[in-house]
Design a protein around this ligand. Structure first.
Ligand SMILES: [Cu+2]
Length: 441
């Protein structure tokens, strides 16, 4: 067992139930059926049905299915979920199968799909299949297309997926959506999109309003203090990995109260799809920020040309931070006349209250407090590298986590040697969130 991995498990033990739940779901992702593993994919001319490059949803699991005749059968349970969204913050969200967002469902265009849904919420609900062209009886709108599914009841949805693209499932009740009841539903095309990609990643954008010392999101709020990709705020977001020179697809899905301009550093991408499916190549144009509106999906693709750890983040300034209020309470007032020594002691007492192995902040000027407007970001940055360490963070510069907050992750574009080093760390048993795929030549 490597030192890195041993520390990872020590951290996991310290973090307790929330992360244990996460490890379990990531383990589930590793145990996905062989047919779903990228290495098994054959891109030859006689491509078999069921062979596609699966999307990887970092920090979330894939939902496995059983076959009943020719029907792919999935089980979803709507239920309350404890979600650790930052090392020092666990919230009471609602989700599916112990996960918020729910696990990712992946099928192929043409599949017959059955979803056996069970409601373990304290109130009635339903499941809506966002963007799918299916019979009205399957549309999942309470009172309009079906009776609401009462607590303790089951309901079976069944339909044929004739489309390809990035869809999602969610409760069709506004407040339940804001409690986190959403998940990916990806329909892979029968024939690969061209050009083919080597990596396919999915990110769900979410926002919550959770008051300090509270765990339950305020679903009536119009302002949000917790911003997340796939249910976690940076730096807990697991970095995406790409081999230098590979082609990457990124599917971004938004169900919240805000539209999020998602920006990629260091590369240009093209929008190759929406929540309605693949976009014609004639519409592709270079950009590096895509506005993902509420209820929309945007699919972008790019060549990972330049090595480095490149940010992917919502560019709304208030979405590039976490709520520190739980930790520092009235920080804005306390820091108005604060010295660096005082700030450090405040952060050290914070570190004792949460399992950080070190704290860090960038230097400030000796006369900082004389400057109107100070502080802005001075006490926002918190290094917590060790507590969020995993194979995907291996080799990042010290204090990297101090630069990661809110709706933010990164794609690490790595030369072969470094890429392979991380892959072998993952094979030792680390979380599997970045799979690799080889094209035939
Ligand atoms: Cu945003």
């Amino acid at each position: 067992m490597s030192g890195t991995r041993r520390r990872f498990f020590q951290d996991a033990a310290v973090l307790g139930a929330g992360l244990v739940g996460l490890s379990k779901s990531l383990q589930a992702q590793e145990e996905k059926p062989m047919a779903m593993r990228p290495r098994e994919v054959n891109h030859g001319h006689a491509q078999a049905r069921g062979a596609f490059l699966p999307m990887v949803t970092p920090d979330l699991a894939d939902q496995p299915h059983e076959l009943d005749g020719g029907v792919k059968v999935f089980h979803l349970v709507g239920e309350p979920v404890k979600r650790k969204i930052a090392p020092f913050k666990t919230i009471d969200a609602w989700g599916y199968n112990g996960s918020c967002p729910g696990p990712t469902i992946q099928v192929q265009q043409g599949d017959r799909v059955r979803v056996i849904f069970e409601n373990r919420l304290p109130e009635s609900t339903s499941l809506h299949w966002h963007g799918l062209e299916i019979p009205i009886e399957q549309d999942g709108v309470p009172y309009i297309s079906q009776k609401p599914v009462a607590p303790g009841e089951k309901y079976v949805y069944e339909f044929t997926v004739h489309q390809e693209g990035t869809f999602f499932y969610h409760a069709h009740s506004a407040m339940q959506e804001m409690m986190g009841q959403i998940g990916f539903f990806v329909a892979h095309p029968q024939k690969d999109y061209k050009p083919r990609v080597d990596h396919d990643y999915g990110l769900i954008l979410q926002e919550w309003a959770v008051l300090p010392s509270n765990t339950v999101p305020n679903t009536a709020a119009m302002e949000f203090n917790w911003l997340a990709f796939n249910g976690v705020s940076a730096p807990m977001t697991t970095p995406l990995l790409a081999r230098l020179g590979s082609r990457v697809r990124l599917r971004i899905l938004n169900l919240g109260m805000d539209h999020h301009p998602v920006h990629l550093h260091g590369h240009q991408f093209v929008v190759t799809g929406t929540e309605g499916g693949r976009a014609p190549e004639s519409t592709w144009c270079p950009m590096n920020t895509v506005l993902v509106g509420v209820a929309q999906a945007r699919v972008v693709e790019f060549e990972a040309k330049y090595p480095g750890a490149w940010m992917i983040h919502c560019h709304l300034p208030h979405h590039m931070m976490n709520s520190m209020m739980d930790l520092l309470r009235d920080r804005q007032i306390e820091t108005a006349d604060q010295t660096e020594a005082k700030a450090m002691s405040q952060m050290e007492s914070l570190a004792r209250s949460v399992p950080f192995q070190h704290v860090h902040h960038a230097p400030i000027a000796p006369d900082a407090e004389k400057v109107p407007g100070f502080p802005q970001d001075a006490f926002m940055e918190m290094g917590m590298d060790e507590v969020v360490e995993k194979p995907e963070t291996y080799g990042l510069p010290k204090n990297w986590s101090a630069g990661m907050m809110g709706m933010m992750t990164m794609i690490r574009v790595l030369p072969d040697k470094e890429y392979d080093a991380i892959l072998s760390k993952k094979k030792l048993g680390g979380p599997s969130t970045a799979d690799e795929h080889h094209h035939g030549t």
